[in-house]
Design a protein around this ligand. Structure first.
Ligand SMILES: Cc1cc2nc3c(=O)[nH]c(=O)nc-3n(C[C@H](O)[C@H](O)[C@H](O)COP(=O)(O)OP(=O)(O)OC[C@H]3O[C@@H](n4cnc5c(N)ncnc54)[C@H](O)[C@@H]3O)c2cc1C
Length: 808
């Protein structure tokens, strides 16, 4: 066994073997995989191993598509069969919402060159004569769908990796992972130790135990999951071809051919957790007792749809464990607080995703960043607030609603509340309806009589949000911005450190702010921040709250000079944005500080007292309107909120939630990180290149220099869409009117104050010019749209700057 390796992968399931293989394809051949038992000894061996290409998340569809097309290449390369059957998959929609989901996926498939299209009932009956298609309103066909052999795939990766020099040691459990002072790790086994710069936790069912060896808590919990295989079905035995699989997600089961019978699996409502206190070390190729009664409802729906299921006897039942994260997406990426510790855990559809995850994991380690934006899958999306109780409640909910449609902006109740600010009770009295924002309960809008709901079309709360948006545009609004991430950097070298991290030059004068991108390893936008100089040696940095842990990776990459201190203020400090044309009237009643345009211009800051409460005040607003951000100690939050609300009454102002804020910022064309800005986009593509100072050093400057002179591949634009009853939300593909794909929406909203359905989109360079007509696939159907020359709300920025014409 090697004593040194470039990476040590822990776990020889399908995911660990794929990562090992992909590391070798990127040139890391001195890599080792350690497996406690035989390969495939976790969830892998007993999987139904269905494969699908399409997913609600665009990047996951791309990753799954890669996986599905890899299997045949892998067989050709290694000579090891992956047992691939690709007779296709039929996707059935029983409801209008499911139809919208499938049509949207079909449009995405056209955009990204994937194979997924609608078929008629006649065609579907020809493809699968055993299905009763009554009540089905839309049928899609994915010709590459099917299933693979779990052990064949895992072994093919192992063969491919070994052929390039990787070592695999079976029956070699890892018993310790110890960080070393030089940033490397010692991985301990009873057969010897290995020193490595990268530990990869791909320990599947045991990921929690392996993470704990490094002091890491992963929010994961296993459940039982069952499928059964029928005896031979005469109609299938008589066929000379294989039947496509059936994805009847409204029926909450999956179904495919297995041998000459059928395999049916179900995600039942009566979820059974397993190994809550830890996965037993000795658990091997074991299964749980059958419990088909638990999945009876799902089975009955499968029988209604495919009657032969009810006629054939049951040959085999598999009830095995699988391990889930709170949102059923993988916990992926390096642990931000550690150096060189990578996780790829909690993968549910491992056979649709192993290839893409292996490839992106290898890119992340070898090249420093994955080529696709994986924020939605990054383990950093969960903080310490994702407690075991939260995890259990969420996993239960995810399991029981495995095939539920993920509507844009959906908020699930399970496991909440986790974190509340003191002002939560007051906001509840005001009718606050809350969402979950990086663990915080955060107001979406204020109208308790209109409960939250989710759908692809406009929901009942659409009007409530509109009232708040208009109140702010006409008078003023008070927005809770406590969910923003806030950091303080102090010390004699604070400015130097910040300049070494961020792409823009830090403000020289006290009371000045700057906007700055954070550049990623490939030159894209890893973050966007407002940095304010509050004192000669004191800076405040404000960024995206949900990305606080994600950004730690970047902040840790630049060592702090002695005497420089970096601290997060996110928990200790709360905040409100008071914005709208009457924001000054509202606030001036509460402070002796001079808030006139001359004394407190746009983009300036100061420590002032408001209602006797000490605040850090910044003259900025994400609404694009006249406004101030007020940041206060959390203990003062309620007092400040009450004072603002009471002063607001005099000018007709009230509370405004985050849904209205999203609409207001889109009217102004402001991009938002995690939606419109991401590491996939270059500064020159989203108009942030003017904020990158090439004449100074900053984190990943070399990546920026490489791409700086390149023309944009796509450009960020604002679209005005003819959309009467549904707005774009992000991910919708964009086509030219002749059907040629040209881009995709990154976020969208109805602009209440401008009376337009709007979307921020990335459009291929050359087509991204003002007035260009395009079609946006909202609900999967073409909606005519025009590229706007300027944002429809206050394009000159008079309101924000309070310049003469705004006052006129
Ligand atoms: C009944 C059932 C049906 C399923 N059907 C499908 C399906 O149709 N399609 C699909 O895509 N997915 C399906 N899955 C899910 C699929 O099985 C998983 O997504 C996949 O197997 C996860 O693989 P993994 O490599 O992450 O984890 P695992 O397979 O759990 O592998 C982890 C490995 O790590 C090893 N290990 C653990 N601790 C250590 C240690 N300390 N040292 C060394 N090695 C260690 C283990 O022995 C194990 O081999 C199904 C799962 C179940 C339970």
């Amino acid at each position: 066994m090697r004593t040194d390796a470039q990476a040590v992968v822990i776990g020889g399931g399908v995911v660990g073997c794929s990562i090992l293989y992909h590391l070798t394809t990127l040139g890391w051949t001195d890599v080792v995989l350690l497996e406690r038992s035989e390969l495939t000894s976790g969830s892998t061996w007993h999987a139904a191993a269905n494969i699908h290409g399409l997913h609600d998340s665009t990047n996951i569809s791309r990753l799954q598509h890669y996986t599905m097309t890899l299997y045949k290449d892998l067989e050709a390369e290694t000579g090891q069969s992956c047992g691939v059957f690709q007779p296709g998959s039929l996707y059935l929609a029983q409801t209008e919402a499911r139809e919208h989901q499938l049509r949207l996926q079909e449009a995405k498939a056209r955009r990204y060159g994937m194979n997924f299209h609608e078929v008629s009932r006649d065609e579907a009956e020809r493809l699968h004569p055993l299905v009763d298609f009554d009540g089905i309103r839309c049928i899609m066909f994915e010709p590459d769908g099917g299933n693979v052999d779990p052990s064949g795939v895992t072994n093919a990766y192992a063969v491919g990796a070994r052929q390039r020099g990787a070592e695999i040691h079976r029956f070699t459990p890892v018993i310790g992972t110890e960080p070393q002072p030089d940033g490397s790790w010692i991985v301990r086994t009873e057969k010897g130790d290995i020193r490595t710069p990268w530990v990869v936790n791909a320990a599947g069912l045991w990921a929690r135990e392996v993470a704990a060896m490094a002091g890491v808590h992963l929010p994961l919990l296993p459940t039982e999951h069952q499928y059964f295989v029928t005896e031979t079905v005469a109609e299938i035995a008589a066929m000379d071809r294989r039947l496509p699989s059936v994805a009847d997600r409204d029926g909450e089961y999956y179904l495919r051919q297995e041998g000459k019978g059928l395999l049916v699996g179900a995600y039942e409502k009566d979820v059974r957790f397993w190994a809550e206190d830890g996965t037993p070390q000795g658990f091997g190729h074991e299964l749980f007792p059958d419990d088909l009664e638990r999945i009876e409802d799902n089975m009955m729906r499968a029988i209604d749809r495919v009657p032969v299921v009810g006629e054939a006897g049951i040959k085999r039942v598999i009830n095995g464990p699988m391990i889930w994260s709170p949102d059923s997406s993988a916990l992926f990426g390096p642990v931000p607080e550690l150096t060189g510790y990578f996780c790829c855990c909690g993968i549910i559809p491992g056979f649709s995703q192993n290839g893409g995850l292996g490839k992106l994991a290898a890119e992340w380690m070898v090249e420093g960043e994955p080529s696709l934006d994986m924020f939605g899958w990054d383990l950093a999306r969960f903080g310490y607030w994702a407690t075991p109780a939260f995890t259990k409640a969420r996993v239960g909910d995810q399991y029981a609603h495995r095939f539920k449609i993920h509507f844009p902006g959906e908020e699930r109740q399970a496991g909440r509340p986790v974190r509340k600010r003191p002002v939560h009770a007051r906001q509840t009295e005001l009718g606050g309806v809350f969402g979950l924002n990086y663990g915080w309960e955060h107001p979406l809008y204020f109208d308790a009589d209109t409960p939250d709901s989710a759908g692809f079309t406009r929901q009942p709360w659409w009007d409530s949000v509109g009232r708040e948006a208009l109140m702010l545009r006409e008078r003023a609004g008070i927005i809770d911005i406590s969910n923003f991430a806030k950091y303080r950097v102090t010390g004699p070298d604070a400015e130097t450190w910040l300049n070494a991290v961020f792409a823009n030059r830090m403000p020289k004068a006290v009371g000045r702010s700057c906007l700055t991108p954070l550049i990623g390893k490939r030159g894209g936008i890893a973050g966007d921040f407002t940095v304010t100089r509050l004192g000669p040696e004191e800076f405040w940095v404000i960024g995206s709250g949900m990305a606080e842990r994600f950004h730690q990776r970047f902040f840790r990459a630049v060592p702090l000079q002695k005497g420089t201190r970096f601290e997060s203020l996110t928990e200790a400090v709360a905040g409100f944005n008071v914005a709208g044309p009457r924001a000054r009237d509202l606030l001036q009643r509460m402070t002796n500080a001079d808030l006139s345009n001359e004394a407190f211009p746009f983009f300036r800051s100061a420590r002032i007292d408001v209602a006797g409460i000490s605040c850090v005040a910044l003259r900025v607003s994400f609404t694009g309107d006249l406004g101030w951000e007020l940041h206060v100690a959390e203990a003062d939050q309620v007092a400040l909120y009450d004072a603002l609300l009471s002063a607001g009454e005099a000018v007709g102002a009230g509370p405004v939630g985050s849904r209205a804020l999203m609409s207001l910022r889109v009217e102004k064309g402001y991009g938002s990180w995690g939606r419109d800005y991401s590491p996939e986009y270059w500064p020159q593509e989203c108009g942030l290149d003017g904020l990158v100072r090439s004449d100074k050093d900053f984190l990943n400057r070399e990546a920026w220099i490489k791409i700086k002179a390149l023309p944009p591949r796509e450009r960020m634009v604002l679209l005005d869409i003819d959309a009467p009853d549904a707005d774009a939300s992000g991910g919708e593909p964009v086509f030219l009117t002749d059907g040629m794909p040209v881009g995709q929406v990154s976020s969208g909203a109805y602009g209440y104050s401008v009376g337009k359905s709007l979307a921020i989109a990335y459009i291929r360079d050359g087509e991204a010019f003002a007035g260009r007509e395009v079609e946006v696939a909202i609900l999967g159907q073409p909606h005519l749209a025009r590229i706007l020359e300027r944002p429809p709300f206050d394009p000159e920025g008079h309101r924000l700057r309070d310049s003469a014409s705004a006052l006129a």
